[in-house]
Design a binder for this molecule. Structure first.
Ligand code: XMP
Length: 509
């Protein structure tokens, strides 16, 4: 095991994730984890993270000098490297010029940390202080024109420090450096896999919950599905999953979710499907403004969920599929509230829970997917593209009606079918059909039509904060267009959205 000691940096979980990518178990702990606890945990290595402070600031998190005497290899990153220098008698100062972003660093490839790394390598820097003088007994192993000590080490004590961030992708050979530390310097065996996470999580959940009752709002999306299955493996029938079908799901989606989690599925949980489409359509009648639609859908979701929770009665825990990016977005410690707003429009106020359980809060999306596969969840569920909480409600411009939902469901189904058949589903990150509010004149079978226009949207993106439209082949767009106008009643035109984000957003509303 590797322990990451958190000094308040932004990338702490990313460091843990990179260690796990080396197939080595890793935990993040607060910087003030006691020496006794560290000795008890017997890690093979310790990584100090970055942090926003200067080692000289009054409130800065420090570490005891004795940590360097435990005989456990240590890697200090950014603030962690300055801290190492400071505590061991080196000198830290404000750099004459701050370094931010990609920086060429000259490294000593004879260092075990930089074995196999190019002599001049691009690294990600983000600092205002730097190490001016390394402590006695340390060798300088990397420099930049600004930074006299971009890396330093004391190999006899297995202490290493780097000013840059090896964990971010912009550091082109960062993964090599981290794996050198973890697998060579710390001599960890690369034998940890996601099955160990799953096994551990199940054990811990069993211990925590005992014979308590647990409720989960299951949307059928990746995160809540993985959380639900994990809980079901841990506590079986003590878990109840409520799946609210708001009538704004994709074609067949409600039945697909039920087939996996319901009576006929392979999980031992109490699955409740609430078919509430009429309620939602009623509430949405005449409403055109997107924010108002979102609010109504979120509110109604809570009301339905609340009613079901009351029927079950005396629930001890609520499960949420919060994952690490949600935690970052909402600020540490506040994740539960933000995520619930994002996903289910807020937690029911009048249903009392002892606690919220978030078993995936330390995992990244692709790790959640791996855990899902480990748990035996079908691939088509594990690799689903994102789908917004308000569903097709934000893919129908203007008023939502059952008839419009039908059109968009049919068109979207054809689009997804053809994209998959052409092998484009692996190359675009999100794609869907939406229904514009535009009706226009067409001609079909010598008859005049006055029907709706469907908009096809396909984007490539890594973080969904920015996106580019996918350059699908015209031939494919043509094929999809003719299928949609032929097969979907009420549609006589198909448009392809060539806007990026910004200035547009991914969803239409
Ligand atoms: P936008 O439309 O903001 O979408 O570019 C970015 C990503 O977020 C998803 N999205 C939502 N997800 N509730 C959700 O759970 C929402 O209200 C919502 N709006 C957008 C969208 O599908 C895309 O992946």
């Amino acid at each position: 095991m590797i322990i990451v000691l958190d000094f308040g940096g932004q990338y702490n979980q990313l460091i843990a994730r990179r260690v796990r990518e080396c197939n080595v178990y890793c935990e993040v702990h607060s910087y003030n984890l006691s020496l006794d606890k560290i000795k008890e945990m017997k890690p093979e290595g310790i990584i100090f993270t970055g942090g926003p402070n200067s080692v000289y600031a009054k409130e800065s998190p420090l570490c005891p000098k004795e940590i360097f005497e435990l005989g456990i290899p240590i890697l200090g990153i950014c603030y962690g490297s300055q801290l190492t220098a400071h505590v061991l008698g080196g000198r830290v100062a404000t750099a004459p010029v701050s370094e931010y972003g990609k920086t060429e660093v000259a490294v000593d490839t004879k260092s075990r940390l930089f074995s196999g790394v190019s002599a001049n390598t691009i690294c990600w820097m983000s600092h205002t202080d730097y190490i001016e003088k390394a402590p006695e007994g340390f060798t300088i192993t990397a420099t930049t024109p600004v930074c006299p000590v971009a890396a330093m080490e004391c190999p006899s004590k297995n202490i290493y420090a780097v000013q840059f961030h090896p964990e971010v992708l912009h550091t082109q050979e960062g993964m090599k450096m981290l794996s050198n530390f973890v697998l060579d310097i710390c001599a960890c065996k690369a034998d940890w896999k996601m099955d160990a996470f799953v096994e551990n999580a199940i054990k811990e959940l069993r211990e925590k919950i005992g014979d308590g009752k647990v409720l989960c709002a299951l949307s059928g999306g990746v995160d809540s599905s993985v959380a639900a299955v994990l809980l079901s493996k841990a506590i079986g029938k003590q878990l109840t999953c409520v799946f609210v079908d708001h009538g704004l799901l994709r074609k067949n989606e409600g039945d697909e979710v039920e087939a996996v989690f319901g009576e006929a599925g392979s999980y031992d949980l109490n699955f409740i499907r609430v078919n509430a489409s009429e309620r939602f359509y009623d509430k949405l009648k005449g409403i055109e403004e997107p924010e108002q639609k979102r609010k109504i859908i979120g509110e109604e979701f809570i009301r339905v969920f609340e009613e079901e929770a009351k029927k079950i009665g005396a629930v001890d825990y609520l499960v949420q599929g919060t994952i690490y990016p949600d935690v970052i977005e909402s600020g540490l410690g506040k994740s539960a509230v933000i995520k619930s707003h994002h996903n289910v429009g807020g937690l029911p106020d009048c249903v009392e829970f002892k606690e919220i359980i978030e078993p995936l809060r330390l995992l990244f999306k692709d790790e959640v997917r791996k855990a899902g596969l480990e748990l035996g969840i079908p691939e088509y569920l594990v690799f689903r593209q994102p789908f917004p909480g308000p569903g097709l409600g934000v893919r129908i411009i203007g008023e939502v009606t059952a008839e419009k939902v039908r059109m968009v469901q049919e068109a979207d189904y054809i689009f997804r079918e053809e994209i998959a058949a052409a092998g484009w589903d692996k190359q675009v990150n999100q794609y869907f059909a939406a229904l514009s509010n535009m009706r226009s004149v067409g001609v079909m079978g010598d008859e005049r039509t006055y029907d709706y226009a469907v908009v096809l949207r396909a984007v490539t993106t890594t973080d969904f904060m920015t996106a580019e439209y996918a350059e699908l082949p015209w031939e494919l767009i043509g094929k999809i267009t003719s299928r949609i106008v032929n097969e979907v009643k009420g549609v006589n035109r198909v448009l392809y959205d060539c806007t990026g984000k910004p200035p547009a957003t991914i969803e239409m509303e």
